[in-house]
Design a protein around this ligand. Structure first.
Ligand SMILES: Nc1ncnc2c1ncn2[C@@H]1O[C@H](COP(=O)(O)OP(=O)(O)OP(=O)(O)O)[C@@H](O)[C@H]1O
Length: 251
């Protein structure tokens, strides 16, 4: 299909005798949220790392925006537009929200902090950073210390950092983790809007969020995709009910 932006083909990754991912294929299309669910240890994070480039696959390929990115490093893939949300630990807590976003726009790590003052004077980077903050609703907090943001706002700042590189797709590993019920609800609304900026491959344990957001859901069990379909199809799939959702939850 022409609107397929990310095309993951037959990925394998073993750790010793353990097949963490075992012939995984999936696609991500323009405008959609494709959720990847599965029990603990199913291989979800491994797969995200293989797609982002942090973990080399034993075999298989990743095609992105019509290009085979399999040989590329994480940095090359990020520059090509494969956006992965950063962990909270990568934010510089003592710096302002805007400074963190500018660092993202610079596409560098915290090591560049000592060059910070001249960087902040570069109007283009600041503009790019402010655009990203506006998109995630943090523009009014630009001058705030990152440490003073709520947990949910820090998650949004991570997304803003990724947005500064103008990603064509997002890879997100458990964005709801640790947010609590109201935070998860807020983040769900936020991600729903974000799909207009770039489609999202979403690894998430929060089933309310997954069923509310996902256009398609793929279920990974023991490294293999056992089912793929809409929320209604996944809820009704007998194999999924037994292997993952549990009969009583799926009823
Ligand atoms: N670097 C590694 N070395 C050895 N084994 C690993 C490594 N990374 C992951 N594994 C194993 O591979 C399997 C898949 O792990 P992975 O973290 O991808 O699962 P997951 O579906 O993301 O789990 P969770 O939902 O708990 O985050 C697990 O059995 C895990 O212990």
């Amino acid at each position: 299909m022409t609107d397929v932006l990310l095309d993951v083909r037959n990925l394998h990754k073993s750790f010793g005798a353990l097949k963490a991912t075992d012939d995984v294929s999936l696609t991500l299309r323009t405008g959609e949220i494709h959720a990847l669910i599965g029990p603990n240890g199913a291989g979800k994070s491994t797969l995200i790392k293989q797609i982002a480039g942090g973990l080399r696959s034993d075999s298989g390929s990743v095609h992105f925006a019509g290009q085979d990115v399999t040989p590329m490093t994480t940095v090359q893939r990020a520059r090509a537009g494969l956006g992965r949300t950063f962990q909270i630990s990568s934010l510089a807590m003592e710096y302002t929200v805007l400074q963190n976003a500018v660092l993202g726009a610079l596409g560098q790590s915290g090591r560049v902090m000592r060059f910070f003052a001249p960087v902040m004077r570069q109007q283009k980077l600041r503009e790019e950073a402010m655009r990203a903050l506006e998109l995630v609703g943090l523009a009014d907090h630009a001058a705030k210390r990152t440490a003073d943001l709520s947990h949910g706002q820090r998650r949004q700042l991570e997304v803003a950092v990724a947005l500064t590189l103008r990603p064509k797709v997002f890879l997100m590993d458990e964005p709801m983790a640790g947010l609590g019920a109201s935070g998860s609800k807020e983040m769900t609304g936020f991600l729903d809007g974000l799909r207009r900026e770039a489609p999202i491959l979403l690894v998430e344990h929060d089933m309310d969020a997954v069923f509310a957001l996902a256009d398609r859901i793929s279920v990974l069990v023991y490294g293999q995709i056992i089912a793929s379909g809409t929320a209604a199809e996944i809820k009704a799939d007998p194999q999924v009910r037994v292997a993952y959702l549990g009969e009583e939850d799926a009823a």
